[in-house]
Design a protein around this ligand. Structure first.
Ligand SMILES: [Zn+2]
Length: 431
């Protein structure tokens, strides 16, 4: 089932809508912000020069730093009386980025989140347990509004208080779980401790997961332990929040709501636009935003676009699950390595946990890479042949799949340095 007709519209129709909305957005930013006006003037461009979607490549990029430079409301194109909602990123590095929404922007957000839930098979008959954090972070309220828009019974539990969450999930007969994948797994572990046969007491059938980089291994584990369909949701507050794209039940690729968010993939060094199927940095232009329209925003996320038809009937372009971050990527002897790819290999290995650390260093002129991996509690034994085999298998798999020769070192559980509860993924001693 589709939420909006446009999701299954012919390509020409989608492109017609995109171009009209792009031209409107360009007029808006050119007339209402000095930031874009100056950028366009530098390139000797006016909105009327953009007459095809291909022309978007002539436009300037917008970076996270541009939002910070105009903190808090400098890039808004409406008076504050029209802004009905503010969200903000945590700002762990420098000033936070602040985003605003008009009533119309909220309608767009609710609509794309309604599409996400519909894509996951949810209807008004479902009970949505929303364990995303509520607050300035867009997760909680984004999923909340989408669930209400489709008419589902929405339970705004927010994050934390795991034991109470499990109790409510069971007693309220939750059918759809909205959470980060790591919290879903954490809840399972906690539920397991609360009693026998607990799984038969839960009515969960699907989950909408996102907000953190997740390996295929972790996704499969969440899906397996809860016995539910895994639907991935992608988004970022600078564009709208969750709801930029999500996966249907037919494939792992995520349908982009491209009638609202125009996607491009660019080479993150040269900015050159890449072809469908090629991996590069995802760049998004908002097509319908009023409070904070954004042109060619560099997301820093690495993915690729795919236009092959999908069995669900949606014609929206699809993206693969984020492969990594531009900032996280390290180059080892000329090979691009993303922590998420390493994580995928580790997730498929026996006897180890997903706590690992990649250490890049120099040995003479060459790069060398060590990967520390914590073994599972039940494996830490004195069996040297067993440990050797685990280590060799991971090294072999890294060489076969990622073309890197890494030295894998198995370490005891909970020995890798943690930051905010997570193992620190990359240490690059070469820089
Ligand atoms: Zn589909």
């Amino acid at each position: 089932m589709l939420w909006n007709e446009i999701e299954g519209a012919p390509r020409e129709k989608i492109e017609e809508v995109q171009l009209a909305r792009l031209q409107e957005t360009l007029k808006r930013v050119y007339e209402l912000t000095s930031f874009y006006k100056e950028k366009f003037d530098e390139l000797e461009l006016t909105p009327s020069d953009i007459t095809s979607l291909k022309d978007i490549e002539k436009l300037p990029f917008t970076k996270k730093q541009d939002l910070r430079n105009h903190y808090p409301f400098g890039l808004f194109t409406v008076p504050m009386s029209e802004v009905v909602r503010i969200h903000s990123s945590s700002g762990t590095t420098g000033k936070p980025t602040v985003v605003g929404y008009t009533k119309h922007d909220m309608d767009v957000w609710n609509e794309v989140m309604a599409r996400v839930f519909t894509m996951a098979g949810a209807t008004a008959d479902d009970v949505v347990h929303n364990a995303y954090g509520y607050g300035l972070f867009t997760g909680g309220l984004g999923f909340h509004n989408g669930a209400e828009t489709i008419g589902a019974t929405t339970v705004p539990v927010s994050s934390g208080f795991t034991d109470r969450q499990i109790l409510l999930m069971k007693d309220f007969n939750a059918t759809i779980l909205a959470a980060t994948p790591s919290f879903a797994l954490h809840m399972y572990e906690a539920a397991k401790k609360t009693g026998n046969d607990y799984l038969k007491d839960f009515k969960l059938k699907a989950g909408v997961f996102g907000a953190e980089p997740t390996s295929d291994g972790l996704k499969e584990e969440v899906s397996r332990v809860w016995g539910i369909d895994y639907h991935e949701v992608y988004g970022l507050s600078e564009i709208i929040g969750p709801g930029v794209s999500s996966s249907c039940k037919h494939s792992k690729l995520l349908h982009i709501n491209e009638d609202h968010f125009y996607p491009e993939i660019v080479d993150h060094k040269t900015g050159e636009v890449l072809a469908d199927g090629e991996r590069g940095e995802l760049v998004i232009t908002s097509l319908t935003k009023q409070a904070l329209p954004i042109i060619r925003y560099r997301t820093g996320d690495i993915t690729s676009l795919h236009r092959s038809p999908c069995e669900c009937g949606r014609t929206l372009v699809r993206m693969e699950s984020i492969v990594g971050r531009v900032d996280d990527m390290i180059i080892v002897n000329g090979v691009n390595v993303y922590p998420s790819q390493v994580e995928h290999v580790i997730a498929n290995a026996e006897g180890v946990t997903l706590n690992y650390q990649i250490i890049a260093d120099k040995k003479g002129h060459l790069d060398k890479i060590d990967i520390l991996v914590e073994v599972s509690e039940d494996v830490m034994s004195d069996s040297i042949p067993e440990m050797e085999k685990i280590k060799k298998d991971i090294q072999q798999s890294l060489a076969n799949n990622l073309y890197i020769n890494a030295n894998v070192k198995l370490v005891e559980p909970r020995t890798i340095e943690r930051s905010m509860g997570k193992a620190v993924r990359v240490i690059d001693k070469r820089v």
